[in-house]
Design a protein around this ligand. Structure first.
Ligand code: ARG
Length: 572
């Protein structure tokens, strides 16, 4: 374990135990980075009242009882403990990190984690919002896997429900071949719009569509065949988007709404017989406590409509039961738009009432904020139509090629760099803001080489590689030793040691932007180091030490970007 904050916390807690009794040994030492030292601990202030002693006295007692090997501690102000790590200690930890395949990322006791993400609708459109749930969800799946959990990716595809009546009729009208080709090429949005218009304007089409729905739900073979084809061809498009994006989702992870169809009746029966659900105005509803409408009346979660049909909530309840009972999930992450917050709160509450979501299982809605256009409204094309995602990604790659990759003559190399930079830029933009905030989709910003962007971090890795290339050296050939002379060397090494704790925090909080911020700070620390410390031109043993620090920075950046699902070009 290389993280300095954790090591210091241990030291302070041990001292608390020795000074005030073991009941204080698990007190949170309240450690923060400090302006005046590496870290400060504020626990003396918080404990003083309980101990009925002056905070500075408490602080002194802690210092007296503390193991001060490799650290110096000073008491400042009302009783802050300012702690500074010894240079040799930092250097030795950095060498250990360099020798560690996991770069200091601890291995957790494995839990079973279901990540529900991406989940576009075959019946509607895949929009930039789905791009964001896909990208954020994929990172969370990668991070959990990396810290040692068993991850089940589930793509809760919108592949079932009443709109399919209308879509199947439209498919028949325009001819299967033509329809399927269009769906596979990502024309699903336009296809949906056409069907919708016909449904609104044409009575006979509307009637045909309506009567198609019970045929689908009742399993009529001809209808099911058309539905399957529809889904199959739409999935081809989704899979294409996934492969362009470089996310880890494949056909194996599809667990769409249709999968739960056969469980819905049973889910309703179980809820009704256990008294969790009641009939209200003909519909079967759960009224989870604490959810009321504006007028104060209890809000229903409708699980069977008065016409006998099931809805989105029923499917989600079936999914929760399946995930806990069959997949043995310890934790379920729903990476879904923030607008569905009420839905998930009510579904979780109902699942708790049913006993499916018990105390040992955590279900969390990882709320995803909307992606906006420059006008502050939902992101659309100028004509107001929603954007084809493949076109958007193509444009990112094309722009990256002009902005960044134009200095490479070799067309294959240029394409490769442009692809990694363009896609990496789009992904990083989704990941670097906190997942629940909205942000404005802006190509210029996401592809900029400066600032907290994907290309900036990719460039940082390429620059470190170029140091080794110029020296005709292999980064793997520098295991240390590390000595820390300049302040910027020390700051870089200290920053590197924090990697493991950040990855753990992302796993705990489901907040990938914390890893982005860390990597951005790290790249900046490297820049300061590189500006003030010559590397290749330094004398030995400093040269070897600086090369080791550079190699470690490269590995942490590449590993961190890999957890974000971002590829790095060898040169840029
Ligand atoms: N298909 C839904 C949508 O586009 C998202 C599904 C999210 N997952 C879930 N279990 N409800 O809004």
């Amino acid at each position: 374990m290389t993280d300095p904050q954790i090591i210091l916390a241990g030291r302070v807690q041990q001292a608390l135990g020795t000074a005030f009794g073991q009941e204080y040994a698990s007190e949170d030492p309240l450690i923060r980075p400090s302006q005046f030292a590496d870290y400060q601990a504020n626990v003396a202030l918080s404990l003083a009242k309980r101990l009925r002693r002056a905070p500075r006295e408490v602080a002194q007692a802690v210092v007296d009882a503390m193991d001060l090997t490799d650290i110096t501690v000073e008491i400042s102000g009302p009783g802050f403990l300012n702690m500074t790590l010894g240079d040799d200690w930092i250097a030795a930890q950095a060498v250990r990190q360099l020798a560690d395949d996991r770069l200091g990322v601890p291995q957790s006791a494995p839990k079973s984690i279901v990540v529900d993400y991406s989940a576009p609708n075959a019946a509607k459109e895949m929009h930039v919002g789905h791009l964001r749930t896909t990208i954020v969800g994929d990172t969370l799946a990668r991070v959990h896997e990396h810290v040692g959990h068993d991850v089940t990716r589930q793509n809760h595809l919108g592949d079932w429900g009443t709109p399919f009546g209308m879509l199947i009729e439209h498919l028949i009208d325009i001819g299967e071949d033509e329809a399927l080709t269009r769906l596979a090429s990502g024309d699903g949005n336009a296809f949906y719009q056409e069907a919708r218009h016909k449904f609104d304007d044409d009575r006979t089409f509307e009637e045909r569509s309506r009567s198609r729905v019970p045929q689908l739900q009742g399993g009529d073979p001809a209808t099911l065949r058309l539905w399957r084809e529809f889904i199959e061809y739409t999935k081809r498009y989704f899979n294409h988007v996934y492969s362009v994006l470089g996310v880890t989702l494949t056909d194996d992870h599809i667990a769409g709404e249709s999968m739960y169809n056969t469980m819905l009746a049973d889910v309703c029966d179980e809820l009704e017989s256990s008294g969790v659900a009641q009939i209200s105005e003909g519909a079967l509803c759960v009224f989870p406590p604490g959810f009321t409408g504006r007028d104060g009346t209890p809000l229903p979660l409708i699980i069977r409509k008065s016409d006998g049909g099931y809805g989105y909530a029923t499917t989600d309840l079936a999914a929760i039961r399946y995930r806990v009972r069959d997949l043995k999930a310890d934790r379920i992450l729903y990476v879904v738009g923030a607008t569905q917050s009420l839905h998930f709160q009510m579904v979780f509450a109902a699942a708790r009432m049913a006993g499916w979501l018990h105390d040992d299982v955590k279900a969390e809605h990882v709320q995803i904020g909307s992606v906006l256009g420059a006008d502050g409204k939902m992101f659309k094309t100028r004509s107001g139509a929603s954007i084809k995602l493949t076109e958007l990604l193509d444009e990112a790659v094309g722009r990256a090629e002009t902005v960044i990759a134009e200095r490479y003559d070799d067309p294959a190399l240029r394409k490769e760099i442009a692809r990694k930079v363009g896609i990496g830029g789009v992904k990083y933009a989704d990941l670097s803001v906190s997942h629940d905030s909205e942000y404005v989709f802006d190509f210029d910003r996401m592809l900029a080489l400066t600032g907290n962007t994907g290309p900036y971090l990719q460039y940082a890795t390429a620059r470190i590689r170029s140091i080794f290339r110029r020296g005709e050296l292999d980064p793997a050939g520098f295991p240390g030793p590390i000595t820390l002379g300049e302040p910027s060397e020390r700051a870089l090494a200290l920053q590197l040691l924090g990697f493991g704790a950040v990855v753990e925090t992302v796993a705990e909080t489901s907040e990938p932007h914390r890893l982005c911020n860390y990597l951005f700070d790290l790249a900046q620390s490297f820049t300061s180091f590189y500006e003030s410390c010559p590397v290749l031109k330094a004398e030995e043993p400093v040269r070897t030490s600086r090369l080791a620090l550079s190699a470690l920075t490269l590995r942490v950046l590449v590993q961190g970007l890999d957890l974000l699902g971002i590829e790095v070009p060898e040169r840029m």
